[in-house]
Design a binder for this molecule. Structure first.
Ligand code: ZN
Length: 113
């Protein structure tokens, strides 16, 4: 199994096996990243990777995971954007014991009551 040298923002250069690194590629944009758990500080490190780096890592035996943008991004958006006042009204609404009943009853947009 090949050894991979990578850089942790806290610890500097660290080494690990190809099994301890993972490559992620977005199927929509083809942008790649690689990630690993730092063997010294145990934090997850995630870094952008050009196609060439992705290919080298995968050729060395690193597992590649393909992912797609969330479907919510292509959903049509209706209504005005949420404001700070809406957020504050929602906060106060959640403090009441019957907030869920009010929502289920279709009390209209929060803050309009
Ligand atoms: Zn580290």
């Amino acid at each position: 199994m090949a050894t991979v040298r990578a850089s942790c923002p806290t610890c500097g250069d660290v080494e690990m096996t190809t099994r301890e690194v993972q490559v992620q590629v977005c199927t929509a944009t083809e942008q790649g990243t690689y990630s690993f758990v730092c063997p010294r500080c145990h934090l997850i490190v995630n870094k952008p990777a050009e196609r060439r780096v992705v290919d080298l890592l995968v050729a060395a035996g690193v597992r590649q995971v393909n992912w797609d943008l969330p479907a919510e991004l292509s959903e049509p958006k209706v209504g005005p954007p949420i404001t700070y006042d809406d957020l504050l009204a929602f906060h106060f609404e959640l403090e009441s014991d019957d907030w869920l009943d009010n929502v289920i009853a279709g009390g209209g947009p929060i803050g309009s009551r």
